[in-house]
Design a protein around this ligand. Structure first.
Ligand SMILES: [Zn+2]
Length: 114
């Protein structure tokens, strides 16, 4: 009977297996240091936004221990075009250049390139 063979399939156990896989999502432990000497360890998904401060059971604010965050790097802020410009020219020089350009522009001598 075709009806019987269908019921024999174990669909239930298959979906259980895929559910279990969710537990293997990337996680890491965030450590919070309380000023009163307590340590709080919380598991976070690597995609989750980790709060920098967590309220300890004693009521104090425990601070996130940065070293435990894999994506935290002691890098500096990315340089802007302005930062790079200032490495080559002083603000005074830039002011003079701008003044020069504006004069040419107002005199109609500045041709638009492209
Ligand atoms: Zn505490």
């Amino acid at each position: 009977m075709p009806d019987r063979s269908l019921r024999g399939m174990s669909i239930g156990s298959k979906s259980m297996e895929s559910d279990e896989g969710v537990d293997f999502a990337p996680r890491f432990q965030a450590n919070y240091d309380c000023p009163n000497g307590h340590t709080i360890i919380l598991p976070f998904s690597t995609e989750a936004e980790v709060p920098p401060v967590w309220e300890c059971r004693c009521g104090a604010e425990a601070l996130l221990r940065d070293a435990e965050r894999p994506e935290m790097k002691a890098g500096k802020a990315p340089r802007t075009h302005w930062d790079m410009l200032l490495e080559r020219r002083t603000v005074k020089e830039l002011e003079e250049l701008l003044e020069e350009r504006l004069e040419l522009l107002h005199a109609g001598k500045l041709r638009r390139s492209a």
